[in-house]
Design a protein around this ligand. Sequence first.
Ligand code: SAH
Ligand code: SF4
Ligand code: F3S
Length: 439
Amino acid sequence: MKFYIRTYGCQMNERDSEAAASALIASGHEMVHDEKMADILLFNTCSVREHAERKALGKVGILIKLKKKKPDIIIGVLGCMAQRLKEKIIEDIPHVDFVAGTDQFHRLPEIVASIILKRKHVVAVDADSEIIENLSGHIHSDNQISAFVSVMRGCNRFCSYCIVPYVRGREKSRGRKEIIEEAKKLVGSGIREILLLGQNIAAYGLEGRGQATEESPFAELLEELCRIDGLLRIRFASPHPQYFNEKLIDAVATLPKICKNVHLPLQSGSDRILKLMNRHYTAEKYLSIVNDLRSKVPEITFSTDIIIGFPTETEEDFNASRTLMKAADFDNAYIFKYSTRSGTKAAEMKDDVPQPVKDERNQILLADLAEMTERHNKAIVGSTLEVLVEGVSKRNSERWCGRSDSNSVVVFDPVPGIKIGDLVKLKITRATTMTLFGE
Ligand code: SAH
Ligand code: SF4
Ligand code: F3S
């Protein structure tokens, strides 16, 4: 049958969708990119903020019309929201045929087969550790050069605002051998850049051991991946600052294939709020990681996640985030307005920062960020960047594009002989807020 899958949420969800699609294809189904063509509609959902859930529930809810017209169509809700709301999804939206949680992706072909046969609702939300090695299937086109590889699942951190540990379960790391094999296979099929994924990726291989350990199995994994011939670049997301120890700092600083662009979630610049968030570091500690890496690799860039309007956040706390953002001199930041997630520790506190104040603080940080980005982009003009060639530019088919080490899009006129997947040096001649132009 023809299936369509829509993904909400983070890159880990995108990776799960890809692996799920690959399993469905292996069992004889065909993937389509137009939902109107599909017999099976799948929604891989996110629970991280209320807005993310509302979007998916709204979309699935309106499918009632389609279900009336085409009663045989199969509708499945997968992923984090499925794990959180379980059978409640089917109780509220009875035209949903099945719900499959975060550890049930490997069972999709079987679940779909049972629905075709029996036409009975299925709720599959058990935690199942088997999944960890069962989902290594990839789907990529011939000119794709970048791929996701999941190295661990789950999270043990329990940051007080966050639903992820409740919907993704405890940390489980994949075997190093399996990860290396998967990476080698990808490189063999033309992939040049790998983005390693895990909710608490820097804790890879520690399995919840010690919070401030000196070991870094993740740094060792990076080292081993760097030895794969033909693999040109490695990125990773997201490390928790507490595990960004000396070993990992050294690995990032010294291994040439590791992109000199680190996504290091800050969440808040106020020590009082960081403590309430259960983040286990201070603003000073955070900055020391940034400064240490900068002193070793002057051209390194940083991006981050920040939450504004966490319960009890005062003007002073907010200003501490603002100050830290400037001190870290981020290249990019994802700014989120706090959203209460029931069941988390922070949900016991009153969501007391009024919406207009959250909106205002959001605007202030976005303006600060725009200023930083503009300054960085201007400073790049005239310099030479190494760019991994991705192919024809989406906006202008006569031009080509690629990405710099810091993940900025660079547009350029192709020269004869240039190929997708080449690493080229480009002189940056012009910059807008979103794009760099090079020759
Ligand atoms: N594991 C990753 C983050 C996963 S969630 C990490 O620790 O870095 C992605 C981002 O969503 C978080 O970094 C945080 O900034 C934001 N977020 C998580 N829960 C939130 C909530 N309840 N309200 C607002 N933003 C939230
Ligand atoms: Fe959520 Fe914290 Fe785990 Fe990230 S580290 S997924 S923010 S609990
Ligand atoms: Fe959302 Fe689940 Fe990712 S809650 S952010 S899709 S881990």
